[in-house]
Design a protein around this ligand. Structure first.
Ligand code: B1M
Length: 230
């Protein structure tokens, strides 16, 4: 099977929530020497987009979303151990507290960001999903983090990213942390509106962004967020 066929098969198997085919195809991708990061971004993520579109057209339902999410996790289970640190630029390390904001249990993108940060040399403290506002700050204080990273997949839950920043300000802690936001409904404009220091569209971009922030020599808060689109 060609590279394009394997990547296409991966997307289709994720979209169909077919875990066994996903794992089998992911192993075939590795055996063919295809870059696992490319297979994740060009194949697996496309599969989830297909389910999302079906869901919007009422052609797929909650169990389909769940199966798709499980299939993606199985896929990452095969690929992530093969993502090489040298695929990423080396970066100054520091601790990042990462979580999905309150009311939101989507964790696939957040886990991908956490994995990318780990392979780029950050210490990652993943506090999970549906994380209450105060918990981000308590954890950041506890582990002496440099960065608070918040993922949101639901439009309404993105409002909690703002609440975390407001709470940091209320407690006089805003200058201590770079705050980075991301997730499907989040945009550079939103990041600027809520006073975040950075926005990345992708998991790989999040690694680059945090490297720039931590190594950039400008203390938080930044007047305008740094934006990494790719
Ligand atoms: Co949900 N869901 N879901 N879902 N789900 C979406 C997000 C949705 C867009 C589907 C749709 O309508 N087309 C829609 C949200 C609409 C909106 O508000 N804008 C939606 C909905 C409505 C819901 C429910 C409300 C459905 C219901 O119950 N009726 C419900 C909400 C539950 C809750 O959170 N309270 C729900 C539930 C679920 C499941 C649990 C079934 C499952 C999640 C499984 C899991 O995460 N463990 C699920 C899934 C799988 C999806 C879709 C299909 C896929 C999401 C995903 O994992 N994408 C999704 C449709 C879609 O996005 N195509 C959908 C792949 C992932 C790699 O991408 O997370 O965007 P993403 O992350 C990217 C970037 O955004 C970025 O990096 C990643 C990779 O490059 N990124 C960051 C993410 N976080 C970042 C942080 C950063 C930087 C970059 O810095 C900090």
């Amino acid at each position: 099977m060609s590279k394009a066929e394997l990547i296409g098969r991966l997307a289709t198997a994720i979209a169909d929530g077919d875990e066994e085919t996903v794992k089998e195809t992911a192993r075939a991708v590795l055996a063919a020497g295809i870059d696992p990061l490319e297979a994740i971004t060009q194949g697996a993520v496309k599969g989830l987009d297909i389910i999302g579109e079906r869901y919007q057209r009422l052609e797929a339902f909650l169990p389909d979303l769940i199966r798709g999410g499980d299939a993606m996790k199985a896929c990452l289970g095969v690929f992530l151990p093969h993502v090489k640190p040298e695929q990423m630029q080396s970066i100054s390390s520091g601790t990042v507290v990462i979580g999905t904001v309150s009311g939101d249990i989507h964790d696939i993108g957040k886990n991908l960001v956490a994995s990318m940060l780990s392979v780029t040399g950050f210490d990652v403290c993943d506090i999970g999903t549906d994380v209450p506002v105060k918990r981000f700050i308590e954890k950041a204080e506890e582990v002496k983090a440099r960065v608070i990273a918040m993922s949101a997949l639901l439009t309404y839950s993105a409002n909690y990213q703002k609440q975390v920043i407001d709470y940091l300000k209320d407690r006089g802690l805003r200058e201590k942390y770079y705050v980075v936001v991301g997730g499907a409904p989040v945009s550079p404009e939103w990041a600027a509106d809520i006073g975040a220091d950075g926005y990345a569209r992708t998991a790989i971009g999040a690694g680059r962004l945090m490297k720039k922030l931590v190594g950039g020599g400008t203390a938080p808060p930044l007047p305008q967020p740094l934006v990494v689109e790719q």
